[in-house]
Design a protein around this ligand. Structure first.
Ligand code: FES
Ligand code: FE2
Length: 431
């Protein structure tokens, strides 16, 4: 952490919950981030407006979660409640889950099947596309009261959400200004999405957890190849992710807010000696798994990456670790809290043994995952320590050159710096 003269910054930020009149970024390259971006509720509200309700795309569901007409799932885009449904014509539709009458949440179930969605408060009823279909006592009773004669149901539906079903992954956007999903992700990122979704997938189930930290601390984490070989005993000790592997750390060539990290073990890469030499605490010589099948690999890609973490800003992370695959959904709740949902999936043509292996390896990720449980612990450690920061305090990230060595370095923080530059642009704070 770097401390900057408080006097200089006193007027730039009015405190944790105050409106950020001006936020000081100590350096232009994104390597020093004012901690206020993780603690200020005013900044959080601005993010909701400019990013989550802005021209961005968000994972809503796997199409396989909505197999039958009427299937629905409740989720969020940022803090906005959204329902995604399979319509009776087989399309996928989504709408904001907020009643057109007095604003109650219409759908209160996490998932299910329904032809109509009825608001519990005054029983207004909507169809699966969110069109208003019924208003109790619209014409009053015994010719008394009721809605005005010119009341038009067609004008009072639930706000539609833009949807794109890309190879069985359903994304939504609250903004008409968002480009197509393909343009949004760009030519560097799209092939990585298509690599995983190259054939129909089968939804296997999900886990949920709450983290008491800001959602962007998690975004830093999934763009951080540096921590991935240091924080987790499992990665380091069992050779899932080591710095000497063939690696990639690449960001999109637009705003730089999306990125991919991969590692691919090489035949001759027993690199444990390097970890011993550097006395890395998470490398434990001699530790063995009681059940080695946990890390068995069934080859299924041309390049069998042991780890593939693909971040699609601002709420989606596609994960493949050995043979377990998941879409992680990052749902901000407040400046200091987010929900993290892991949606596990396989392929529809998986044999029974492969499905079992995917489910077993699902234990690598999720709230108690052998690998991923450390992440939210780390982000909470940051949050707890920065809550009391002075206005000018910031982080310091200088590891690795710009774009690493052609995007192959795993000892690098260049993707996090790129992310912050893109974030500043999106927030209207200069690039
Ligand atoms: S708030 Fe939904 S019917 Fe009144
Ligand atoms: Fe991590």
């Amino acid at each position: 952490m770097r401390q900057h003269a408080q006097q200089e910054h006193r007027d730039e930020h009015s405190g944790r919950s105050g409106y950020p009149r001006r936020l000081s970024w100590p350096s232009a390259d994104g390597g020093e981030v004012p901690y206020a971006v993780f603690t200020s509720q005013a900044i959080f509200e601005r993010e909701q407006e400019r990013i989550h309700r802005g021209p961005t795309w968000h994972f809503l569901a796997l199409a396989d979660e909505l197999r039958n007409p009427g299937d629905f799932k409740s989720t969020f885009i940022g803090t906005t409640p959204v329902v995604v449904t399979r319509t009776r014509d087989g399309d996928i539709a989504a709408w904001v889950n907020r009643c057109a009458h007095r604003g109650a949440m219409v759908c209160r179930e996490p998932r299910g099947n329904a032809r109509a969605h009825r608001c519990v408060y005054h029983q207004w009823a909507y169809d699966e596309r969110g069109r208003l279909r019924g208003v109790p006592f619209q014409k009053g009773l015994n010719d008394k009261t009721g809605m005005p004669v010119d009341f038009n149901m067609a004008e009072h539906g639930l706000p539609p959400v833009r949807v794109e079903d890309h190879r069985g992954v359903v994304f939504g956007s609250l903004s008409d200004a968002a480009p197509s999903l393909a343009d949004y992700l760009g030519p560097r990122m799209l092939p990585w999405l298509d690599r995983i979704f190259h054939k129909p997938v089968e939804y296997l189930g999900c886990t949920r957890q709450y983290a008491k930290s800001n959602w962007k601390l998690y975004y830093e984490n999934v763009k951080d190849p540096y921590h991935a070989s240091l924080l987790y005993l499992f990665h380091t000790t069992f050779n899932i992710y080591r710095f000497n592997m063939r690696g990639r750390s690449v960001m999109d060539d637009g705003l730089g807010v999306h990125s991919i990290i991969t590692t691919t073990p090489q035949d001759d890469d027993d690199t444990a000696g390097d970890y011993q030499k550097h006395d890395i605490a998470t490398y434990r010589a001699g530790l063995k798994l009681a059940d080695p099948s946990m890390l068995e690999v069934r080859r299924e890609f041309e390049e069998q990456t042991s780890n593939n973490i693909h971040t699609l800003f601002p709420s989606t992370v596609i994960q493949q670790i050995h043979n377990t695959m998941a879409v992680r959904q990052v749902l901000p709740k407040s400046a200091g809290e987010f929900e993290l949902v892991f949606h596990f999936f396989g392929y529809q043509d998986d044999d029974a043994a492969l499905r079992r292996l995917r489910l077993k390896q699902a234990n690598l990720a999720g709230p108690a995952g052998y690998i991923s449980m450390e992440d939210t612990e780390a982000t909470e450690l940051v949050q707890r320590a920065i809550e009391s920061c002075a206005a000018g305090d910031s982080s310091y990230m200088a590891m690795g050159g710009e774009d690493g060595d052609g995007g192959t370095s795993l000892i690098s923080e260049h993707m996090i710096r790129g992310f912050w530059r893109g974030y500043r642009t999106m927030m209207g704070w200069g690039g």
